[in-house]
Design a protein around this ligand. Structure first.
Ligand code: NDP
Length: 443
């Protein structure tokens, strides 16, 4: 696949609104559409369903809670659409060098399919290069003798060999740290069972390099999300923590890893909810001021999101000025994160004209919101798809909150006034109450 292919990607696309967005993009987007799902079987079933309709999405696993899975997807994208298996070998120069062994996502999958004994060996912090070579040789021998499966190996030679590359990188990094301590050589690889051996700077250097040399993404729809059902007895603070992990931090992690791959003219859509605007109005004036600030940073936002979860754990969230909807507060996070990211894109990639927005799909009949909702998933997909396919010369919307293809009151400092007519607002509030009632027992 060449880096000339245009690529669109939707998270949480095996059902509901994400599935409908994917179907619509398959019809309207000139390029490859990647359907992602956390569960491979559910994702592949969704792909088959679209294939039966004559559409051809590609599939990739993505669990947005799992940083490894996000990075595996990133590598897949770079490999398939930007070219990968890159060795930037500059180690000989030593000072401030960067060595990058980019392994394949297949190494992660292959590792998971190894026997527990083999996994333990590969994941060991003290494995030596000699031991690794021994294991690689044993794999080839075992295949020759036709006993590789009996010996605990998965059925992918490519995958096993990529485990070798990944683990070798880890060993080499360890050696460099030990033997050439002062030389500041940075060595990276995607490492099974742990975060990349890294500092953030070198990940960014790799990412920027790949972005410059190869392709990237044209459309990213962050749709994946969860919501506890109304009747769910899970304690509020646990609901807050679990929902925060997926809906806010999962979305943030996907953005951190994939936004740098956005090509000029790219479009990013973060699926939020009107619940965020409502929850914002129910925050204390101090919190509202923080969320509406034009200069709020991602770090400050993360601090606020963590504080919310901590406050629920200590049973003081209401006293601390939070509304009683975990889902709503967390969607504030998604909406404000989108504003921050849009600002960053404008500052850092000014000429690239990437447009990033948050949106509400409306109240949609899905597993999340129930059968009473007025909109079909296809109707729910309309606004996200509209934002995903904003024409190339469009100047905006950017950094906005969009519903029904219209920019809504955005929780920024200059948007305190309602932009809706009273009747429309009333209808939306009614809708929201129903939508939230289903999701959040405390709202
Ligand atoms: P569904 O529950 O029908 O679908 C949610 C999708 O997200 C599923 O594919 C689910 O996968 C996936 N998902 C959940 N967690 C993860 C994860 N960790 N990694 C990857 N995928 C994950 O919900 P909807 O289609 O209704 O919701 C889609 C988005 O729209 C959500 O962000 C939601 O908050 C938002 N929204 C929905 C409204 C509505 O009325 N429906 C209203 C306003 C906003 P799996 O099948 O494996 O669980």
């Amino acid at each position: 696949m060449s880096s000339c292919s245009r690529v669109a990607l939707v998270t949480g696309a095996n059902k509901g609104i994400g599935f409908a967005i994917t179907r619509d993009l398959c019809r309207k987007f000139l390029g490859v559409v990647v359907l992602t799902a956390r569960d491979e079987a559910r994702g592949k079933a969704a792909v088959q369903q679209l294939q039966a309709e004559g559409l051809s999405p590609r599939f990739h696993q993505l669990d947005i809670d799992d940083l490894q899975s996000i990075r595996a997807l990133r590598d897949f994208l770079l490999k398939e659409y930007g070219g990968l298996d890159i060795l930037v070998n500059n180690a000989g120069i030593a000072f401030k060098s960067r060595v990058v062994n980019v392994s394949s996502m297949l190494s992660l999958r292959a590792l998971k399919n190894c026997s527990p004994e083999l996994q333990q060996k590969f994941r060991s912090d003290t494995i030596t290069e000699e031991e690794l070579v021994g294991l690689m040789n044993k794999f080839v021998d075992d295949t020759k003798r036709g006993v590789h499966e009996k010996e605990g190996w998965p059925n992918s030679a490519y995958g096993v060999i990529k485990i070798g590359v990944t683990v070798l990188s880890r060993i080499q990094a360890r050696k460099l740290s030990e033997q050439r301590k002062g030389d500041k050589i940075l060595l990276n690889a995607c490492c099974p069972g742990r975060r990349a051996i890294d500092d953030l700077q070198s990940i960014r250097a790799l990412r920027d390099f790949l972005l410059k040399e190869y392709g990237g993404l044209d459309v990213l729809v962050n749709n994946a999300g969860i919501a506890f059902k109304n009747a769910d007895p899970t304690p509020f603070h646990i609901q807050a923590e679990v929902t925060m992990k997926t809906n806010f931090f999962g979305t943030q992690d996907v953005c951190t890893e994939l936004l740098p791959l956005m090509k000029p003219g790219g479009r990013v859509v973060n699926v939020s909810s009107m619940a965020s605007l409502r929850a914002l109005k129910n925050c204390s004036p101090e919190l509202q001021q923080k969320f509406r600030s034009d200069t709020i940073t991602e770090e400050e936002l993360v601090g606020l999101m963590n504080k919310f979860v901590d406050d629920t754990k200590r049973g003081v969230h209401e006293k601390e000025g939070w509304p009683n909807s975990a889902y709503g507060v967390i969607k504030i996070g998604v909406t404000v994160l989108s504003r921050i990211q849009a600002r960053k894109l404008s500052e850092q990639r000014k000429g690239d004209k990437i447009l990033l927005n948050a949106c509400c799909p409306g109240w949609v009949r899905t597993d999340m919101a129930g059968p009473e909702a007025p909109k079909s998933p296809e109707e729910g997909a309309e606004t996200p798809v509209y934002l995903a396919l904003l024409p190339p010369n469009a100047e905006g919307p950017h950094g906005q909150f969009v519903q029904e293809k219209q920019v809504e009151q955005c929780p920024g400092p200059n948007h305190h006034q309602e932009t809706n007519s009273n009747a429309k607002m009333k209808q939306q509030q009614q809708q929201l109450q129903q939508e939230q009632g289903r999701r959040d027992p405390t709202s």
